[in-house]
Design a protein around this ligand. Structure first.
Ligand code: FAD
Ligand code: 2HG
Ligand code: ZN
Length: 496
């Protein structure tokens, strides 16, 4: 862990400290014994080790210090918790699957964690309209599996699907691997049920696709990262399950070839294209090193692209994909390629993309930059960052080199680059080489310093590189309107 995860932050004395009376009150609200985990005083029923998974983030970069985790089961319980916390000025952090990558899901100090683990019921599904209504704490993979049994899929997929909650996905406005096909949650989420900081329940769990009757307030919850309310349920438009799938992986010699391949792929696969993902050669070398697996392509290439098709007619889709691959080969845009011919190979090829974040954590830590950049200069940021690390003498193979490598991968079809810098230890020296250099580079190109992971604690200080002061002022006004006492996920997001 870094010792300085929270530079310049002090616990805000306006927030009350948890007392024995508070815990007694929560016990009266939450009848199930397992709904409260605490290490505090006479009510203690857990050790600090029990709370460690709630206090630590997925990257093991941020650590909070809560002594109390509440796990409501119903919207009424959640409402009673928040109404009391607001009255007492007790700060809270909503927590879903705790897979967020910006330090937003864990406390900074002793904020109470409201874990959504017990909100795990599917409420309804209409196979005619494809609309799912479910609790916020349903695990993404569970929701997807349920839908698959009914001939549908969840319109979002990402590497953390086995742990993240659909409520957490909505709270972060997660993008994922197939946004280019199914669109953003701002389009697919039809309704939200949420509890405001003062305990009021917002029932906007609409199952209507069209509803132009005033401001679309649910949109504010999408991507609000737990700062204006607790999402307790969502309704979402789910696509039909594709019955034909293909995946192809190919190698390319330059990023310019990647761009050319993207144009041709869109032209030729059009409605069946469901993913166009990039992995640079360095990222693939590191995956091979960590997993011990042999890369599916024979020749080593500086860039790899994975494309997926999802359709309803195998022959039609295969014919389109074959003809694309032939065109890309004869026009020398790709230099190597392979296709999955069965389910195991399908998963195998995807593992070279989905496995990247996990493998990069192998050496100790990863500095992560999740950015939107126009395709013209998309990969230049990786090259520039690598050069900077070499010049600073921090990149290399020896134990004294803090930086293991500089890699780029991500959702190139959405202009979303994941620049990752795996390190042997989190260290201020590395941070100073990378920041604000990377943020300034993005700002000069009018990109976004956070494409899909959000702001949390990690990017809060840098939001000004992507948003103007007037926009930030409006956002802070909204926060004050929803959460005048500032109890929801303090110290993060757009807070001053
Ligand atoms: P948490 O991590 O628990 O919380 C995230 C934020 O949402 C916090 O601020 C929290 O306070 C808030 N929150 C959670 N639940 C609620 C709720 N019910 N009400 C209000 N606020 C809430 N992201 C992408 O966009 N695309 C990807 O492809 C992608 N891939 C990933 C792959 C891996 C291996 C990992 C570890 C993460 C990945 N992520 C990706 C990050 C992504 O943000 C999360 O995986 C996911 O969306 C967060 O869901 P969660 O339930 O884990 O939320
Ligand atoms: C992905 O696309 C995720 O794999 C994680 O958004 C990216 O870890 C990262 O930087
Ligand atoms: Zn991503």
């Amino acid at each position: 862990f870094t010792t300085d995860s929270y530079p310049n932050l002090k616990r805000d004395p306006k927030f009350a400290q948890i007392t024995e009376d508070d815990i007694a009150h929560f016990k009266s609200i939450l009848p199930h014994r397992s709904s409260i985990l605490t290490t505090t005083g006479a009510h203690a029923n857990a050790t600090p080790d029990d709370l460690e998974p709630f206090n630590t983030d997925w990257m093991r970069k941020y650590r909070g210090h809560t002594t109390l985790v509440l796990k409501p089961r119903t919207t009424t319980e959640a409402s009673q918790i928040l109404s009391y916390c607001n009255f007492r000025s007790l700060a809270v952090v909503p927590q879903g699957g705790n897979t967020g990558l910006v330090g937003g899901s864990i406390p900074v100090f002793d904020e109470i964690i409201i874990s959504m683990n017990n909100f795990n019921q599917i409420r309804s599904f209409d196979p005619v309209s494809g609309i799912l209504v479910c609790d916020a704490g349903v695990v993404l993979e569970v929701a997807d599996q349920y839908l698959r049994e009914q001939g549908h899929i969840f319109p979002l997929d990402l590497g953390a699907k086995g742990s993240c909650h659909v409520g957490g996905n909505v709270a972060t406005n997660a993008g994922g691997l197939r946004l280019l096909r199914y669109g953003s949650l701002h389009g697919t989420v039809l309704g939200v049920e949420a509890v405001l900081p003062d305990g009021r329940i917002v029932n906007d769990l609409s199952t209507l696709r069209k509803n132009n009757t005033g401001y679309d307030l649910k949109q504010l919850f999408i991507g609000s990262e737990g700062t204006i309310g607790l999402i307790t349920a969502i309704s979402i438009q789910c696509p039909q399950k594709p019955t034909a799938h293909n995946v192809a992986l190919f190698g390319l010699q330059s990023f310019d070839h990647v761009r050319q391949a993207f144009v041709k792929t869109k032209q030729q696969l059009s409605e069946i294209l469901s993913a166009f993902e990039l992995m640079d050669g360095n990222s693939q070398d590191l995956v091979a090193k960590v997993t011990g697996k042999k890369h599916p392509l024979e020749s080593k290439c500086p860039f790899y692209v994975l494309i997926e098709t999802s359709g309803s007619n195998d022959d039609h889709d295969a014919a389109k994909l074959d003809s694309l691959l032939e065109d890309l080969t004869t026009s020398e845009i790709i230099s190597d390629g392979t296709q999955a011919s069965n389910d195991t190979e399908f998963k195998g090829l995807w593992s070279w993309r989905e496995g990247v974040p996990e493998c990069l954590g192998h050496w100790g830590g990863v500095y992560k930059y999740d950015v939107s950049i126009p395709l013209a200069e998309f990969y230049d940021l990786v090259t520039a960052t690598r050069k900077r690390c070499i010049e600073a003498g921090i990149l290399g193979d020896r134990p004294e080199h803090l930086v293991v490598d500089v890699v780029g991968y991500g959702h190139v079809g959405d202009c979303n680059l994941h620049l990752n810098v795996p390190v042997r230890a989190y260290d201020k020296k590395v941070e100073q080489v990378l920041e604000p250099f990377i943020y300034e580079w993005i700002q000069e190109r009018s990109g976004s310093i956070s494409a899909e992971h959000g702001l949390g604690l990690a990017k809060k200080a840098y939001v000004g590189y992507s948003r103007e002061p007037a926009m930030l002022k409006l956002m802070r006004d909204i926060k004050k309107q929803y959460d005048p006492k500032g109890i929801m996920n303090p110290y993060k997001y757009v807070e001053e």
